[in-house]
Design a protein around this ligand. Structure first.
Ligand code: KIV
Ligand code: ZN
Length: 515
């Protein structure tokens, strides 16, 4: 990479990404994502906000202990209690960073913080100086930087650097800026503080409220920033953050123009995207750049003809580069274990032999129902195998009747601790009838707060994937189920969520009824 600047990738999927409405992760799920981020070779993982809850503290500590290659970072307000929580959570990290933030814009100063400029400057200097005793790497974010008076912003940045900040992150907190304006701001800050982008890392953190997060981040890179904060699939607060895959692939695909590089292992992008979508329950829109289902599909005959003659006529990136297999037709019911195993490996999964056997049984069952098994079908099976949790509540059978002018009804039979339990219920629709029947048995008092259905592959025999979010005892939990029968997928998703609660906090479920 002679002559090119390295751009550091600071991944905040587990912090800002988890702030996405609807996404919430258990510490174990966060650890799984952190391990994939390590394989993706990000430079920094922002693992969470340790002072915000005991779960966050646990998740950040677990990641700090087991994920050794990237720098592990914890977020903190500019107050001693938060900084101390980060210190404890990151105690065992091989490489650690404290990320402190304090709002600087006039609207935040007046209405949120009720502090004047002098007080803001004093807090920045004092807290960073004190934290520097425990942290070699300190990142400071003047929140709402893009709406802050420029001179005051430059002055605050200067105070932070003097106090010991090693990275300065410029957030476009509300996704308000546009590329040309952000370019000017970054150049202005570098002019006022020439160590930015040199001795001190100059980072940007852009939100996507106007759909400009990636464009603004890349404009900042061209203007001299050398770190980008981003998330897998662009998830994050409100409309999300700049998406990691878009940043990494633009820098790679347009290296001729960008004149910089990242250390991202591009072939891990697809796996990271699918894992994050699977565990957060946030479905990736089909036309999402890089990782959307349609991103490498050519529908028009003219395009197909062009691609067959020379792929680059309509494809600026090679799908294989981001970990897609590139092949169209997948395995079917005549395929043997060997072919299955080869495909699993090619998709990048490493399963123990027992998991592989179980996944093969599921594959065969699906192959009996469905003519072709595509990579997405296989991945759904393999993810299920990896994310396996004990099946406290197991579906034994279900019978659902839905006729015109008759209220749908469902009979569900579950096994619990080796005993069969069944219940019958009517409902507003077949899924509702099933969920009511399950509740008669389990008595979890769960409230369904989200239900989403999508087909994993196309065709009449496509695999349907249902994502549900339940609220149980004040906590939210997601569940996912796949089947060629969408009612069965709905039941499996609901049971998956209940089993997750049983596995993580058994007492959150009240005693099952004696049905
Ligand atoms: O958007 C924002 O300003 C943030 C900061 C905490 C960096 O997420
Ligand atoms: Zn943010």
């Amino acid at each position: 990479m002679a002559g090119k600047r390295k751009i550091h990738i600071f991944d905040t999927t587990l912090r800002d990404g988890e702030q996405s409405p609807g996404a919430s992760l258990t510490p174990d799920e966060k650890l799984k994502i952190a391990r994939q981020l390590e394989r993706l070779n990000v430079d920094v993982i922002e693992a969470g906000f340790p002072a915000s809850s005991l779960g966050e503290m646990k998740a950040v500590s677990m990641i700090a202990e087991s994920v050794r290659k990237p720098v592990i970072c914890g977020l903190s307000r500019m107050i001693p209690r938060d900084i101390d929580a980060c210190r404890r959570a990151l105690e065992r990290a091989a490489k650690k960073r404290l990320h402190v933030f304090l709002a600087t814009s006039q609207i935040h100063r007046e209405f949120k913080l009720k502090k004047n400029k002098r007080e803001i400057l004093a807090m920045v200097a004092q807290q960073i100086k004190s934290a520097a005793k425990d942290f070699k790497q300190i990142e400071f974010s003047p929140e709402d930087a893009s709406r802050t008076e420029r001179d005051f912003l430059a002055e605050t940045v200067r105070a932070a650097i003097h106090a010991g900040a090693t990275s300065i992150n410029i957030p476009d907190t509300v996704g308000y800026t546009v590329p040309q304006e952000f370019t000017d701001l970054i150049r202005f800050l570098i002019k006022k503080n020439p160590e930015l982008g040199q001795k001190v890392v100059l980072s940007v953190h852009c939100h996507n409220d106007l759909g400009l997060a990636t464009a603004n981040s890349l404009a900042a890179v061209l203007a001299g920033a050398n770190q980008v904060e981003c998330t897998v699939n662009g998830i994050g607060e409100r409309a999300g953050n700049a998406s990691l895959e878009e940043i990494a692939m633009t820098i790679d695909t347009r290296a001729d123009f960008m004149n910089c590089y990242t250390d991202i292992k591009l072939s891990e992008i697809t796996k990271a995207s699918r894992l994050v979508s699977h565990l957060t329950g946030m479905v990736v829109q089909p036309n999402k750049a890089i990782v959307g289902r349609n991103a490498f599909w050519h529908a028009s005959g003219i395009h197909q003809d062009g691609v067959l003659k020379k792929r680059q006529t309509y494809e600026i990136m090679d799908p294989k580069k981001i970990g897609l297999s590139g092949s169209q037709l997948m395995l079917g019911k005549l395929s043997g274990k060997h072919a299955f195993e080869v495909r699993v490996k090619k998709l990048g999964f490493r399963l123990a032999s027992k998991e592989l056997d179980q996944a093969f049984v599921q594959f065969k069952t699906l192959a009996d129902k469905k003519k072709y098994i595509f990579d997405e079908d296989l991945e759904a099976i393999l993810q299920n195998e990896i994310a396996k949790i004990p099946e406290t509540w197991k579906l034994m059978s279900m019978k659902v009747v839905s006729e015109t002018s008759v209220k749908p009804h469902a009979q569900i039979k579950l096994s619990y601790e080796g005993k069969a339990k069944q219940a019958l219920s009517t409902g507003d629709g077949p899924v509702d009838a099933c969920y009511k029947a399950i509740e008669k048995i389990v008595n979890s008092k769960a409230k369904l707060i989200h239900y989403g259905l999508q087909s994993v592959t196309s065709g009449k025999d496509a695999l349907g994937e249902v994502l549900v979010k339940l609220e149980i005892g004040g906590k939210e939990v997601t569940g996912r189920g796949t089947s060629t029968d969408i009612i069965e997928a709905s039941v499996r998703a609901y049971l998956f969520a209940l089993n997750k609660v049983s596995a993580n906090s058994p007492r959150a479920l009240s005693q099952p009824s004696s049905v």
